[in-house]
Design a binder for this molecule. Structure first.
Ligand code: GDG
Length: 473
């Protein structure tokens, strides 16, 4: 029976090692939840890096066996490979360029590119060990741009879908990468290429047709006589999970705790991974502007800011963290009073029961990335607002702003606009909150994660049929 194989940089499990014993726990990420409906069915599989270096052959066998029970197939990588392919090329070339930070952060080192190619080939070898003709392969994200073409070469007829979770930049940005042609050729090994927004699709087709000898008509690309479709599939979330979490006792307990501590102020919430693309510094500047220009809000609003540790072994990220620490310290020391602290800042992750309680308690959720493929936090806030109140402030640079048009949309670079919008959001009449939130909740619920998986897989099947019909013509 043909199977579906999901391939991503990381497997959807956390593996921890203690005294030579490996422990597996499922990861709670949105992608893991969404794709769980696929890889746990029939003989389907998920291929990816287990998240830590395992060098001993016996340990590798042991972990492989344990993962096999969960339909997971590990790609073992050395620390050197991870450093150069993941932190080096993926996060120091592709991430900055694709988020329009090329001039500040991109570091085009040849050895990182060499490792990127090598690790994509290692992934190919593992995939080819389990893939059979007739199977469907769904490759995820910027760490594996070369993989579709590598698999295609070995299995010319196999179905390959690719989804990019981050934005695809304009041609003028993308062309800066020394290995731009090879990257495009890699992705074009797919049959269907998915992006979050129509703008990403347009940028990709533009880059492909200007850099490579390929043709396009609308969203169909013809390369070496193969037909490839590029299309927008905005990712959704498990909306039911977020709308039912507030009923859980642990969440209720947390809501009461938040109420007891901050009940007399309006909570403005932000949650991001530590990343320059998330606009954390600009957001803090906007909040400081607010405190300086609207002193009457002092004591009436609390900015609850969660930054989840991420990539902090990369120097740029460590530096960003120091900058945030400093700015929060300055703002709090300047504006705080005996009873009130303007910013409650946390540099750590929280259990989902605490996130849910915060989503339920926050009068305003402030999502202001400089660039974001989609941004799931904005959708999780909306799904959590079971009473249809609360206000979402959303950056126009986030993919989600194309769908959540009833949010208060801002340009995150416009400090004054963001500050004024926080005031508008915090004092928005309940009726207007409800009208906006109801619309957004309908969208988040209709276009949820299962819908996303289904429309992508259906489209991939449709593209294969289109290719077959063109061959017989
Ligand atoms: C990439 C793209 C695109 C955060 N803090 C905690 C926690 N989280 C969870 C959130 C949310 C996820 O992490 C973050 O997702 P985002 O979409 O906001 O951002 P990226 O990680 O950058 O994701 C992005 C996404 O891929 C999907 O395609 O939307 O644009 O950059 O789900 O809830 N979860 C827990 N504790 C925390 O402290 N449990």
């Amino acid at each position: 029976m043909p199977k579906t194989i999901i391939v991503s940089n990381r497997l959807p499990v956390k593996i921890t090692e203690q005294d030579g014993e490996y422990e597996l726990s499922p990861s709670e990420g949105g992608l893991a939840t969404g794709l769980g409906s696929i890889y746990k069915q029939n003989n389907n599989l998920w291929v990816g890096w287990p998240g830590l270096e395992i060098t001993d052959e016996n340990d590798r066998k042991k972990v492989t066996r344990e993962l096999q029970e969960l339909s997971l197939v590990p790609v073992f990588l050395s620390q050197e490979e991870i450093n150069q392919y993941y932190e080096g090329f993926s996060n120091s070339v592709l991430w900055p360029v694709f988020h329009y930070y090329a001039s500040t952060y991109a570091n085009y080192e040849q050895s990182n590119w060499d490792y990127y190619q090598r690790v994509n080939r290692i992934f190919m070898e593992v995939v080819l060990k389990v893939a059979e003709p007739g199977d469907t392969i769904w490759v995820h994200d910027y760490q594996l741009l070369l993989l579709p073409a590598l698999i295609r070469k070995a299995q010319p007829e196999i179905s390959i879908g690719f989804f990019l979770h981050i934005p695809f930049p304009s041609y003028e940005m993308f062309r800066l990468i020394p290995w731009r042609a090879q990257l495009l050729e890699g992705v074009l090994g797919s049959d269907l290429i998915g992006f979050h927004t129509y703008d990403d699709v347009r940028h990709f087709i533009n880059a492909a047709t200007r850099i490579l000898p390929v043709n396009s008509s609308a969203n169909i690309i013809t390369a070496d006589d193969r037909t490839i479709v590029a299309e927008a599939f905005p990712i959704g979330i498990d909306d039911k999970k977020y709308s039912s979490l507030p009923d859980e006792p642990e969440v209720q307990k947390n809501i009461k705790l938040i109420q007891a501590n901050f009940g007399n102020t309006k909570l403005i919430l932000s949650i991001d991974r530590l990343d320059y693309s998330k606009g954390i510094i600009q957001r803090l500047n906007a909040f400081e502007y607010l405190l300086t220009h609207y002193p009457e809000i002092k004591g009436k609003m609390t900015f609850y800011m969660i930054v989840v540790p991420s990539r902090d072994t990369v120097p740029q990220y460590a530096h960003l963290r120091q900058e945030i620490d400093k700015l929060v310290g300055n703002i709090n020391s300047l504006h705080r009073t005996v009873e009130w602290t303007p910013i409650q800042y946390f540099y750590r992750s929280f259990p989902i029961e605490m996130l849910s309680a915060l989503y339920s308690s926050a009068a305003v959720c402030l999502v202001s990335p400089m660039r974001d493929g989609m941004n799931l936090v904005s959708k999780e806030y909306v799904a959590s607002r079971v009473y249809n109140d609360g206000v979402l402030i959303l950056s126009e640079m986030a993919g989600a702003s194309k769908e959540l048009i009833d949010a208060l949309i801002v340009n995150p670079n416009n400090t004054e606009e963001v500050a004024k919008t926080i005031v508008k959001a915090a004092y928005m009449p309940l009726q207007e909150q409800r009208t906006r939130m109801t619309q957004m909740r309908q969208i988040v619920s209709k276009f949820n994660i299962s819908h996303w998986v289904k429309i992508f897989m259906d489209k991939l099947e449709e593209v294969k049929q289109l290719q077959r019909s063109m061959q017989t013509r």
